[in-house]
Design a protein around this ligand. Structure first.
Ligand code: TYC
Length: 155
């Protein structure tokens, strides 16, 4: 009710074009206009002396809440292995097991797919995880003098 009074004057006079929006914030709004239903227990208790609980509702308050989940899904990136003619198959399988936590069987399948098709997906990750995996593959390939290439692309 306090809010209602505040909103009635002078805001409503100052912003007549927002009259319905202002009304929607109050507990006097028709149900269809209300942003948030004011719970029955939000007002003063009838037997609460000193708080204006005189039944006239002079200090009636309501909590206006509008919860909106702020979770954002991260952009995802595919990490891809490229085929070449020189990197040993066994090395690729070990990299897939070590960097991408693949089972021996899955690693073998991915390696053969890349060997036959030219490119294959090792996994899909948020940006920084994907970047770290690409770096690990490239570093270990270079240290072992293999030309194996690993790239990431936005999904
Ligand atoms: N083509 C390689 C060979 O025949 C094997 C290989 C597989 C290399 C996958 C790279 O990403 C790769 N030794």
């Amino acid at each position: 009710m306090v809010l209602t009074m505040l909103l009635r004057f002078p805001l409503r006079q100052m912003y007549p074009m927002y009259a319905n929006d202002l009304l929607a914030l109050t507990d006097e709004a028709p149900a269809a206009l209300r942003l948030v239903p004011v719970p029955a227990h939000a007002g003063p208790k009838e037997d609460d002396p000193g708080k204006g609980g005189d039944g006239k509702g002079s200090t009636e308050t309501g909590t206006i809440t509008k919860t909106r989940p702020k979770t954002k899904r991260p952009n995802l990136y595919r990490v891809l292995l490229l085929n070449d003619d020189y990197t040993p198959m066994e090395f690729v399988v070990l990299v897939l097991q070590d960097v991408f936590n693949k089972s021996r069987e899955d690693a073998m399948q991915i390696m053969l797919h890349v060997h036959q098709k030219g490119v294959g997906e090792c996994g899909v990750y948020p940006y920084e995880v994907a970047e770290t995996k690409v770096t690990r593959v490239m570093d270990t390939a270079r240290k072992n003098q293999h030309p194996l290439q690993c790239v990431m692309e936005k999904q």
